[in-house]
Design a protein around this ligand. Structure first.
Ligand SMILES: [Zn+2]
Length: 198
């Protein structure tokens, strides 16, 4: 049995609905679902007619329930909070934007990415992460490896705890260094070698 595919028909210069039955209208394009061979045949026919078409396995279509699926499969921490996998910011459930780690829009156009997703499709819980609004907008539809590395590390809360400890240590080291430098040049400020009162 062949898999179900999704065909997206973008009107490009044409405005008319593509010929044939089973097309559903979306915001700016038509969508058809069917067997792979039929989808391929329709795509090549419509391409010749001047439409812009893309098709991909149905499992990579953006699901309507991926947000709910994320919260069903990912539990919050002991205080009921989630955290952004990219920056570590703590978030209430209502503040979480659920991000497709490998973006839906990228998967649609990229056969190589489609083959790479061996799990149950682009909406699989494995491809969903919690992100804050800022990180999610910054990431957009990027497929850069850095985001996957950040997400792999950021899934572990201790990574951010360690990062914060390191930041505090660095700041402390910088302050001590500055103070010691100051002491060398202005010994009167030093607490180590104060002149004793008579
Ligand atoms: Zn963030």
């Amino acid at each position: 049995m062949s898999k179900t595919y999704v065909l997206e028909v973008h009107p490009y210069k044409k405005k008319r609905k593509p010929f044939g039955s089973g097309y559903e209208k979306y915001s700016t394009y038509w969508r058809f679902k069917g067997e792979e061979s039929l989808v391929r045949a329709r795509a090549s026919y419509l391409k010749k007619k001047g439409y812009k078409t893309i098709f991909y396995p149905e499992k990579h279509i953006r699901s309507n329930i991926y947000r709910a699926l994320y919260f069903r499969t990912h539990k919050p921490d002991a205080l009921g909070k989630y955290h952004c996998v990219y920056c570590g910011k703590r978030l209430k459930e209502s503040q979480v934007t659920v991000d497709h780690l490998i973006p839906v829009s990228a998967v649609k156009y990229d056969k190589r990415l489609q083959r790479k997703i061996t799990y149950s499709g682009v909406n699989s819980p494995k491809n969903l992460v919690a992100a804050c609004f800022d990180c999610n907008s910054r990431k957009g539809a990027s497929t850069a490896r850095i985001w996957r590395i950040k997400a792999a590390l950021g899934k572990h809360r201790w990574v951010f705890v360690l990062r914060n400890i390191l930041i505090v240590c660095l700041i402390a080291a910088a302050v001590i260094f500055l103070y010691l430098t100051l002491c060398v040049h202005f010994p009167e400020y030093s607490i180590f070698d104060m002149p004793r009162p008579e």
